[in-house]
Write a protein that binds this ligand. Structure first.
Ligand code: NCW
Length: 446
């Protein structure tokens, strides 16, 4: 199976970056050589993870990273996006864990030797427990801790990193972790969620300053998840609900970054639910960005509640992925264009896009035509956005391989490589082969 994009498409230009992405907790394992994090604790709580699993071994990437890099290189990618586990490189007293730094150093050296650009995410949700015990993202002092972590990592990695992202999807850390309570640390408290969001954004700003100082030639930015919000019906109430949801879930993170202010919806929150914002905070958050990373998976639909708020309406009409997420590629073009019209956007990178599917490995083959179609449709959606003037520098498939899918455990497979968790054997899926071919085509074209 092939993924077809127009021959003239800028996706096939030399400068366009194709890559695959992962995150530390989801693939690394090797828990004994890092500090425990909030997800280790969360996994120990009964009922939190659908299959009762944890990230102690995951894809055993800590022991298999050299083979995994060969696998990545075989895909013909330009770049590999991965995250650093904070508790692997920094000890509880704030000093550097040299063995941990060396692990990532080896990874970076191997990638550089193969001419693969390293896109490093500093925080993909795995806050060390000792920091959580001090209040975690609810304690404003986390900003200084994160600044220091960014400083130590960027000094150790030097010029081996092509691009840094401070945070991955702050919405998930704040909303899913502190309001919906379905991600670690599993809190359900709106004020806490808004305060955590504010501290995450501040930590981003503080780390950006450090990154621009230490690595002025790297592409430094942040990764946010966006989902265009649709109204469940044509009623004014539902349309307003969708707008509010957009402000609360999407613009809440993007507007402070790009405009230095929160959406007006902030004013509508009761006093007790508003975050504490100090003088100078918004300026720190709105540091100039070299790029904005966008993760896109689906659209979301909202209806009004009798209290004048919004509630999400779960999709029931196919096509849905295994996550129950609607397959809605045009939403990617739409959200990119709406952001382009609304803000002065820095260059955009699609830092994640992909789908969980019910994959099976039969006779050494994993046939996933629906994922192939998903990638093709979403790449065409990116192409359409480029045609309409959005500057997009690259696209990363989520994920390199099946992995620990947070609250879903190992039940949901997002990989373009199948992982047999009994044997840790990796098998390239049909989608992996299709992307491998497309990426080779781009290289030949360039
Ligand atoms: S859960 C999630 N993901 C998946 C995860 O594997 C990855 O680490 C993340 O970067 C795939 O990509 C991201 N994102 C959560 C999206 C929000 C869904 C819930 C919305 C409820 C209103």
């Amino acid at each position: 199976m092939k993924i077809n994009v127009p021959k003239t498409s800028q996706l096939l230009d030399n400068e366009f970056i194709f890559g695959v992405a992962t995150a530390a907790f989801q693939i690394e394992g090797g828990a004994e050589s890092r500090l425990p994090c909030i997800w280790d604790e969360f996994c120990e709580q009964p009922g939190r993870i659908k299959d009762g699993s944890n990230g102690l071994v995951a894809c055993d990437h800590m022991n298999r990273w050299q083979d995994d890099i060969e696998l990545i290189a075989s895909l013909n990618v330009d770049a590999y996006r991965f995250s650093v586990a904070w508790g692997r490189v920094i000890n509880a007293d704030g000093s550097v864990n040299q063995a941990g730094m060396d692990f990532y150093g080896g990874l970076l050296d191997a990638l550089n030797a193969k001419g693969i650009k390293a896109f490093v995410t500093l925080y993909h949700w795995d806050l060390p427990c000792y920091l959580q015990q001090q209040g975690g993202w609810l304690n404003r002092s986390i900003v200084d801790k994160f600044r220091d972590y960014a400083d130590k990592v960027s000094k150790a990695f030097g010029d081996r990193v092509y691009s840094y992202a401070t945070l991955n999807e702050p919405f998930c850390s704040a909303y899913l972790g502190y309001e919906a309570g379905i991600h670690a640390p599993g809190v359900q408290d709106r004020q806490a969620g808004r305060q955590v969001a504010h501290h995450l954004l501040l930590a981003h700003g503080a780390a950006m300053q450090v990154l621009q100082q230490n690595c002025p030639t790297a592409l430094n930015g942040i990764v946010v998840n966006v989902s265009p919000c649709y109204a469940a019906s044509d009623t004014e109430a539902d349309k307003k609900a969708a707008q509010m949801a957009d402000c609360y879930h999407n613009q809440w993170y993007i507007q402070p970054l790009l405009d230095g202010r929160y959406p007006d919806l902030l004013q509508q929150l009761p006093d007790a639910e508003r975050p504490v914002i100090e003088e100078g905070d918004m300026a720190l958050i709105a540091q100039p960005l070299d790029y904005l990373g966008i993760n896109y998976y689906t659209r979301t639909v909202f209806a009004a509640t009798p209290q004048g708020w919004f509630r999400d309406v779960k999709p029931t009409v196919p096509p849905l992925t295994e996550m129950g997420w609607e397959i809605y590629p045009q939403g990617l073009t739409e959200i990119l264009l709406s952001l382009h019209q609304r803000y002065r956007l820095p260059p955009v990178y699609i830092t994640e896009n992909g789908a969980a599917m019910p994959d099976e490995c039969l006779h050494g083959q994993v046939d996933d035509p629906r994922r192939v179609a998903y990638f093709e449709q979403h790449l065409l959606a990116v192409h359409a956005a480029i045609e309409q003037g959005v500057q997009i520098g690259g696209y990363f498939a989520w994920s390199l391989m099946d992995n620990f899918e947070w609250a879903e455990g190992y039940l949901k497979r997002f990989g373009i490589v199948y992982v047999d968790y009994q044997t840790q054997q990796r098998t390239l899926k049909t989608s992996g082969l299709a992307l491998q071919h497309l990426f080779a085509q781009k290289k030949a074209h360039a």
